[in-house]
Design a protein around this ligand. Structure first.
Ligand SMILES: C[S@@+](CC[C@H](N)C(=O)[O-])C[C@H]1O[C@@H](n2cnc3c(N)ncnc32)[C@H](O)[C@@H]1O
Length: 255
């Protein structure tokens, strides 16, 4: 298009990090099975491509569902909320809907860090210690895709210009700094990694109490190449299969 901004001529293609694990959906379906999850919450559902294969009672939240097939699959119960996650958590209680704490949550809504941070805070409150929360898109494979607004026209690595992680990577750094009590396990799923968060504490109010301080601290942070490398070193992904093979911590500890 004539008037669309384009990358400056001669801009070097940004380096890419390798992610060689399975597709994130396959990992989620396997984990739901291995954990024998009693229920599932997905924030950001779009066409239901992931939610469709969850077989336990499920809640899906998205302001714009775009289903092309029925998302019900083999589930006994599916509760859909066509609204933002902020509205959902303000107006509904997932524990009341499911009749139990949330066992497994996949947070894949708006890719701006303050949204994911709120989704995490709101979700953890509805979990128990042994639930797991999976954060999507927290291992951006290049710096370009961490832009806060997805702008395909200015991306240099055009082959992956449709991938957009936004700046949700900041939530991992926030959790590492403010919630050292959590277990944080980066997973090598494609296309842009996931972060498995466990050892949850639904009574923790640290993130809620310090929410605005955290926003001020992280809002203007941008990844330089050195910071990007350091983030990947700190969050070196674990093979999905390793996690699936050794997945026991949520099965045996009762809250
Ligand atoms: C990457 S897609 C989700 C893909 C889906 N999880 C899957 O695995 O197929 C992101 C979705 O987040 C939704 N979304 C955007 N803003 C949101 C918000 N504030 N709360 C919840 N979902 C939101 C979008 O409508 C979009 O469907």
């Amino acid at each position: 298009m004539e008037n669309e901004p384009a990358p400056p001529v001669g801009t070097a293609t940004p380096p890419r990090k390798p992610l060689i694990g399975p597709a994130y959906r396959a990992f989620i379906w396997d984990l739901l099975r291995r954990k024998n999850a009693r229920n599932y919450l997905e924030v950001g559902v779009r066409d239901g491509g992931t939610i469709v294969n969850a077989t336990c009672p499920t809640i899906g939240v998205d302001p714009n569902f775009a289903f092309r097939i029925s998302p019900i699959g083999k589930k006994r119960a599916l509760h859909l909320f066509q609204m933002t996650s902020d509205e959902f958590f303000r107006d509904y209680d997932p524990k009341a809907i499911l009749g139990a704490p949330v066992d497994f949550a996949f947070l894949d809504g708006l890719h701006q860090f303050e949204y994911l941070l709120r989704d995490f805070i709101n979700t953890e409150r509805c979990c128990n210690r042994n639930s797991v929360i999976l954060l999507d898109d927290c291992l951006p494979v290049n710096i370009e895709m961490t832009e806060r607004t997805h702008t395909r026209a200015t991306r240099v690595d055009v082959e992956i210009k449709d991938f957009w992680t936004g700046d949700v990577w900041k939530v991992v750094s926030i959790l590492r700094k403010y919630r050292p009590d959590l277990r944080i396990t980066p997973v090598d799923v494609q296309p842009t990694g996931s972060i498995l968060v466990s050892n949850l504490n639904p009574d923790s109010s640290v993130l809620y109490d310090r929410y605005f301080e955290i926003l001020d601290e992280f809002a203007n942070l941008e990844l330089t190449e050195a910071a990007f490398d350091a983030y990947w070193t700190l969050n070196a992904p674990v093979a999905a299969q390793t996690i699936l093979n050794g997945f026991d911590f949520s099965l045996f500890l009762r809250a």
